[in-house]
Design a protein around this ligand. Structure first.
Ligand code: HEC
Length: 124
């Protein structure tokens, strides 16, 4: 009887902990993460919405966080060409990691930002 109980316990344990899988979209659905950064990448269409969701909440207005102003093309560009934008979102040592207190951007989002910067931060 004891043996049956311990087998049941082991089974429950395996079921309970076996179900804690690593649920990251990139890992679970690799085909969804084929990142298309070919062609023209539009600042207005691709980049601004990302910043709106993840950055402008803290970095706009009269007293932006860390004194880093974003929210207009000129301001976003200035942060980008300073190197601090990509350093902080790609979370390179030496920069303050952004979005602060949030989840690191996906590889595809980072690739889009990098492409925008590498192509000369166009206002397109
Ligand atoms: C919850 C508020 C908050 C959010 C959201 C946020 N930031 Fe920040 N950011 C800060 C604060 C506060 C600082 C000042 C440094 C510090 O306290 O870490 C800062 C600093 C920075 C810096 C300077 C980093 C350095 O090391 O020089 C950059 C660049 C930056 N943020 C860009 C961004 C970008 C891009 C996003 C969106 C992906 C973002 N932030 C989202 C609050 C925020």
């Amino acid at each position: 009887m004891k043996r049956v109980v311990s087998i049941i316990c082991i089974t429950c344990f395996v079921l309970a902990f076996g179900s804690c899988y690593y649920d990251k979209a990139d890992v679970l659905y690799p085909t969804n993460t084929i990142c298309d950064t070919t062609g023209t990448l539009s600042y207005a269409v691709k980049i601004v919405p990302l910043f709106q969701q993840q950055c402008y909440g803290c970095h706009t207005g009269s007293a932006p966080s860390g004194n880093v102003l974003m929210g207009t093309y000129a301001a976003d560009r200035a942060v980008a060409i300073s190197g601090r934008l990509y350093g902080s979102v790609s979370q390179v040592a030496g920069y303050s990691f952004m979005p602060k207190g949030g989840i690191k951007m996906s590889k595809c989002q980072l690739a889009s930002i990098k492409k925008w910067i590498d192509s000369g931060t166009p206002n397109n």
